[in-house]
Design a protein around this ligand. Structure first.
Ligand code: ATP
Length: 316
């Protein structure tokens, strides 16, 4: 659905994108992560046909953004990181305005807009002035605006930025619904653990270069991001913690009142062997589980130190 090849963008003499390659299949929710100034907004603006690339190609649904911008615009809903709202409009009028801009007939808009307002939890604000909405509500209204022409692809640049925790959860729930509707979604965020729950794949960009792309678990495995195993035993926990320090793939062992925390560099097979060994040695295991995978750890692991070249080789 999205195909970017050797995409470059220079601002004056500054290379903001250096030959970026990216492929996103239909129905995928793709998390686009990277530090400030990495090139996320630049990439998304090019996909949204708002910025011309310096070289390379970007296609949406097979249409090259520079050659067929109108075809691309029909297929995408774009939510920029900063957006204005026409605050003299009421919520419903605002969506009518955007719907009419896309050429949607009034009777169809009359049917569609209540559904959109319901999707973004703004039905009770249908007659409110946009000006009077909270920031979270405005973000959700902007999302509804992106959906008005039923696009196949959503390009969302930091949709949860500036929102309080409750508003972020609401936004995430809406995005989950959009995922169920089969939309292809590219979403950038700094709030990485929040993305982990809903994305199928991530792409990590740094200094205008994609340094990793794939399923979160794949990237974790490829980079051997250490897992943290949490083990509870009925008794002799201190003794087991001491023994675990000598086990293969174990780099660190912590023991506290909640149990034993093991930093483990092995894969699934080695993890299973470790458990077998503990039980085989006569320890009565109450629980043995891997702490929830954390996208933040993956991101820090990928972007810490190392040259881009080394990192690119690392993930190949
Ligand atoms: N119009 C512009 N003129 C000059 N430089 C620009 C322009 N827009 C972006 N840049 C530079 O290009 C680089 C990439 O910026 P971009 O906004 O794409 O990053 P980003 O990953 O979206 O960052 P953030 O997470 O802070 O939004 C940055 O170094 C930025 O300063």
């Amino acid at each position: 659905m999205i195909e970017i090849k050797n995409l470059c963008k220079t601002y004056g003499g500054f290379e903001a994108l250096k030959s970026v390659n990216l492929t996103i299949s239909k129905g995928t929710v793709f998390g686009f992560v990277g530090p400030n100034g990495a090139g996320k907004t630049t990439t998304m603006s090019i996909l949204a046909t708002l910025l011309a690339p310096s070289s390379g190609s970007a296609r949406v649904g097979g249409f090259e953004v520079t050659e067929y911008p109108h075809e691309v615009r029909k297929r995408i809903g774009y939510m920029p990181d900063f957006f204005g709202v026409y605050d003299q409009f009421k919520t419903t009028e605002y969506l009518h305005f955007y719907g009419a801009s896309y050429g949607i007939p009034r009777d169809e808009r009359e049917r569609l807009i209540p559904q959109l307002l319901e999707l973004v939890n703004l039905s009770d604000k249908k007659d409110a002035y946009v000006d009077s909405l909270s920031r979270g509500m405005k973000q959700r209204l902007c999302l509804a605006r992106c959906l008005v022409h039923d696009p196949e692809v959503l390009i969302l640049d930091e949709p949860a930025s500036g929102l309080d925790p409750r508003a972020r959860i609401e936004m995430r729930e809406i995005l989950k619904e959009l995922k169920l509707m089969g939309k292809t979604i590219i979403i950038s965020s700094h709030i990485l653990p929040e993305l982990a729950e809903m994305v199928d794949e991530i792409g990590v960009i740094e200094h205008g270069t994609m340094i990793a792309q794939g399923r979160v678990s794949e990237i974790q495995n490829r980079l051997r991001v250490k897992r943290v195993l949490h083990i509870r035993v009925l008794d002799r926990a201190g003794e087991l913690a001491a023994r675990l320090k000598d086990e293969a793939h174990v780099s660190q062992v912590l023991h506290d009142e909640t149990g034993i925390h093991v930093h483990f560099g092995g894969g699934d097979a080695e993890q299973s062997q470790l458990l077998g060994g503990i039980i085989g040695s006569g320890y009565q295991v109450i629980s043995f589980h891997e702490a929830q995978s954390n996208l933040e750890d993956v991101f820090l692991e990928i972007t810490k130190g190392g040259t881009e070249h080394e990192l690119a080789q690392h993930v190949d």
